[in-house]
Design a protein around this ligand. Structure first.
Ligand SMILES: [Zn+2]
Length: 95
């Protein structure tokens, strides 16, 4: 019982810079899907420069948490990148 109290006091001391800081639930701004917000932006599997924003330096497709795309558009991105790989516009892997 006494230990619990002591722990809480220690935690409070560690967190006194940011009252409710929790590394598990870091506050971050919600990303808006780039393809939803810009209706003129159309994914094209022949446009390597456009698709390069959705793959990392190894050529892997970035997850939704990185691209910020909605489920529907992440699916479109995935299909576009895979088509681009098939016609050798994008690499399957770098190195
Ligand atoms: Zn979207």
């Amino acid at each position: 019982m006494a230990d619990k109290k002591q722990n809480r006091r220690n935690n409070n001391r560690n967190n006194n810079m940011d009252e409710d800081y929790n590394p598990k639930f870091r506050k971050m701004r919600k990303k808006v899907c780039a393809l939803c917000s810009d209706p003129n932006l159309v994914l094209d599997y022949k446009n390597a420069d456009q698709l390069r924003k959705f793959v990392n330096e190894k050529g892997k497709i970035l997850p939704r948490r990185a691209t910020g795309a909605c489920a529907k558009h992440q699916r479109d991105i995935t299909v576009a990148v895979k088509r681009a790989r098939h016609i050798a516009v994008l690499p399957y892997s770098e190195n």
